[in-house]
Ligand binder design. Structure first.
Ligand code: AMP
Length: 445
């Protein structure tokens, strides 16, 4: 998963891109980068690390000049986590210079890469995104716009691309609209395109609309963006964006993520009622669904697991005798609330089962008399190939065990999941969704 942003015709565009990337930090923490253009020259800075660390110095924004900028937060699903795989990817080619940012996953990346290598291409990274740059550079069309359109014909998968040239910007969403991409506008002119609308709220842009599946928006001069419908639209937004990935204050394809999470929790309560004393969320991912569950069931909601927000991505591995330290570093139960209670604990999803197992143990040690684990999404039985970082079949607990076996493994008194039908109903049956992790329907083949 990643975040992308494009800012066009806005003063200090790189600073605006920086704030937008900060709002979308949850979509990727490995690396970040911004390219800017003043219409004549282009500048790029990208590094491993968080947005505020990489761009901590104000001088970055005097270096990244101009009124156009594209930016990216990386969460690797393709390539490695080296600096060569940070974005934007930039290149000089026959018609000038471009910078490209991408969110998604290109499923025919290996074939395209091998074909390009056989024809003499030299790659700088392991990223699938680099294929697009080579295809653009090799096209014989006269304009960048036509070259992009031609290059996309060779690319299959889930993608949102934002491409910056010295004077223009292009935003493209694949025909299924698997990954989110929205258009915003500034009051005194200028546009922003971003993975999530929470970025607009921070920089003071007004939401205009979602980029349509299969659409390319062309930003040039001071005009309104021009829309080209490259492919017939066949919307299948990713259900996992609503379940886990996106920020709850974002609106994706007209639906507020928070409201959808509440609805998933309510549906979970209707499908899986239980006699219990309190409903707890796994913070922060289970909060909205747990609230929904509590509202629907009438069982009181308690915020009785405290999360330490300062646990970084790496810390020293605890020694064997302190193996519980790892979870306790992050989560801590309020014993007074839990002691002697029958607890319903809600999380958004079960992947390997590690979190649930540790939390059930923690709740029992805190004195819970029963622990009912409930997940506000269906069992994840298949890896996502469209841009969510899910492990292989071997590691997905629901691909290898029955619900009874999982319940026993995590040590809960009961275990239940939201059904696929329930998920669809919660999201709204007005459209199809990408549900690959749950139903294995790899519709982009
Ligand atoms: P696990 O402990 O492996 O079962 O993972 C479940 C936990 O990871 C839940 O709390 C989820 O909120 C979270 N989660 C689900 N999907 C992802 C993902 N793609 N990347 C990181 N965390 C995730």
């Amino acid at each position: 998963m990643c975040a992308v942003v494009g800012v066009f015709n806005v003063k200090n565009a790189s600073k605006v891109a920086y704030y937008a990337l900060f709002a979308m930090q949850h979509r990727g923490q490995e690396a970040t980068g911004i390219s800017s253009s003043d219409g004549v020259n282009m500048w790029t800075k990208k590094r491993r690390g968080l947005v505020t660390d990489v761009f901590s110095d104000e001088e970055n924004f005097t270096y990244l000049k101009g009124s156009t900028a594209v930016g990216h937060n990386r969460y690797s699903t393709a390539g490695s986590d080296s600096i060569a795989d940070a974005q934007p990817i930039t290149a000089k080619y026959k018609l000038g210079e471009i910078a490209v940012v991408h969110n998604g996953n290109l499923i025919n990346k290996d074939e395209v890469r091998q074909k390009l290598i056989n024809e003499g291409a030299i790659f700088q990274s392991y990223m699938d995104t680099e294929n697009l740059i080579h295809l653009i550079a090799r096209s014989q069309k006269d304009s960048l716009e036509d070259r992009i359109i031609e290059a996309l014909e060779d690319i299959k998968g889930a993608y949102c691309f934002i491409i910056q040239s010295r004077k223009k910007m292009f935003a493209i969403r694949d025909r299924y609209g698997v990954r989110p991409l929205s258009l915003g506008k500034f009051k005194n002119g200028g546009y922003i395109v971003a993975s999530e609308t929470c970025a607009f709220d921070l920089v003071g842009a007004e939401f205009v609309r979602d980029v349509k599946p299969g659409e390319m928006l062309v930003f040039e001069k001071e005009q309104e963006p021009r829309s080209i419908q490259l492919y017939p639209s066949d919307p299948r937004p990713c259900a996992f964006e609503y379940i886990y990935f996106a920020r709850p204050d974002s609106i994706i394809d007209g639906k507020t993520v928070y409201a959808k999470r509440l609805e998933m929790g309510r549906m979970l309560a209707r499908e899986n009622p239980v006699d219990a004393d309190i409903v707890l969320p796994v913070p922060d991912s289970g909060v909205a669904a747990a609230l929904g569950y509590a509202q629907e069931s009438g069982i009181p909601f308690e915020n009785a697991i405290v999360r330490n927000h300062y646990v970084g991505r790496t810390f020293i591995e605890p020694i064997q005798e302190m193996r519980d330290l790892k979870v306790r570093l992050k989560l801590s139960p309020i014993k007074k609330v839990i002691e002697g209670k029958r607890v319903v604990i809600i999380d958004d999803s079960l992947v390997r089962g590690t979190t649930s197992k540790q939390i059930v143990k923690m709740l029992k040690e805190a004195g819970a008399t029963q622990v009912h684990m409930k997940l506000a999404s269906p069992p994840i039985k298949h890896p996502c190939r469209y841009g969510i970082d899910t492990p292989s079949y071997e590691e997905l607990i629901s691909a290898n065990m029955s619900e009874e076996e999982i319940c026993e493994t995590i040590g809960a008194d009961s275990l239940s999941f939201l059904s696929i039908e329930g998920l669809k109903k919660s999201l709204g049956e007005d459209r199809n969704y990408s549900l690959v992790s749950f139903d294995g329907n790899y519709f982009i083949a």
